[in-house]
Ligand binder design. Structure first.
Ligand code: NAP
Length: 287
């Protein structure tokens, strides 16, 4: 972590989240609770920014003296062209969710994948090195999560996706960046891959509210004793997690990913440890 950032103590630290829509976001509740718990004089605002206003909104960060912002749907890719520096991992992932304003110089980071892995290690599987990991889905969330998982030196990462071509393309792209043994295939390979996976991670939208009876794969294919993780946090426990838990698996829900992507962003802005449990409580209370 960086050293504590210099801020003028007589002015509040300004933070926010830009998205369209934004009213539903739980980030303001989470970050305002974190600022208060950390004793920081600051505020975190929901900022409704339409795509055609994104460039001027980003200039506004500098003009108004914001310390930083989160960026969410639909701006995570488009925003990259307006920043001065893109962190290496955000460049490889192809999306930015956190911007830091260092005296007018804007740097973009992606804390989603790193936040997910921190949550997985803190809450379910402390050591990922040497593990065989199966990732269900090959969309934007999968890309960031797999990048961060690969940094932990697992034995192998197998990507399974409904549309096989996307899994194959994502695996070959990440392999080309030297990220280790990563393969991609369609769901016809699921039985063989899941039978030997230590960790199974759902990054698809299957099972998300309101389609709570959907599963990305038959949970009976997952080895009893494996760890099963789902990025979805609405519901907090998906059908995949519930049935896996009943079969003796360790389970891990998606709320932690949301909290820890925020925690890593908070640490980029302020240079102090994020009060993670306060943030978790604030999000749960806001449901
Ligand atoms: P995305 O880029 O649209 O990708 C969606 C992926 O899900 C694709 O691989 C797609 O397969 C697959 N998929 C969608 N519906 C499916 C179904 N019914 N059955 C099987 N596969 C299905 O979306 P994303 O941005 O990666 O987000 C994916 C999920 O992650 C969402 O549920 C989102 O809520 C969650 N997420 C959680 C957090 C968090 O903080 N916890 C953060 C980001 C995302 P095809 O390629 O075949 O279409």
């Amino acid at each position: 972590m960086t050293e504590q950032k210099k801020t003028n103590p007589s002015l509040p630290v300004l933070l926010g989240v830009m998205g369209d829509p934004i009213a539903h976001s739980k980030s303001p509740a989470m970050h305002n609770a974190a600022l208060q718990a950390a004793g920081v004089n600051g505020m975190y605002m929901p900022l409704h920014v339409r795509p055609e206003q994104l460039e001027s909104a980003i200039r506004g960060i500098v003009a108004l003296g914001y310390r930083g912002v989160n960026v969410t749907i639909p701006h995570k890719e488009q925003v990259m062209q307006y920043l001065d520096v893109i962190d290496e991992s955000a460049r490889l992932i192809g999306a930015v969710n956190t911007i830091v304003n260092e005296e007018g110089k804007l740097t973009g980071y992606n804390t989603d994948g790193i936040g997910y892995v921190r949550s997985l290690k803190e809450e379910a599987v402390p050591e990922l090195a040497g593990k065989r990991i199966a990732v269900l889905g090959a969309g934007g969330a999968a890309r960031g999560v797999i990048y961060a998982l690969a940094l932990e030196k697992p034995e192998q990462i197998s990507i399974l996706n409904r549309t096989a071509d996307r899994a194959v393309a994502l695996a070959s792209d990440l392999r080309a960046h030297g990220l280790g043994d990563i393969t991609g295939s369609g769901m016809e390979e699921a039985a063989a891959i899941l039978a030997s996976a230590d960790i199974v991670i759902n990054t698809t939208a299957a099972g998300m509210h309101p389609h709570v009876d959907d599963v990305p794969v038959d949970p009976a294919l997952i080895r009893a004793g494996a760890a099963v993780s789902d990025l979805i946090y609405n519901p907090l426990e998906t059908r995949l997690l519930r049935e896996s838990r009943e079969r003796g698996c360790t389970v891990h829900g998606g709320l932690g990913m949301f909290i820890y992507q925020g925690a890593v962003a908070f640490e980029h802005w302020l240079g102090i440890p994020a009060p993670v449990e306060t943030m978790r409580r604030a999000v749960l209370e806001s449901f």
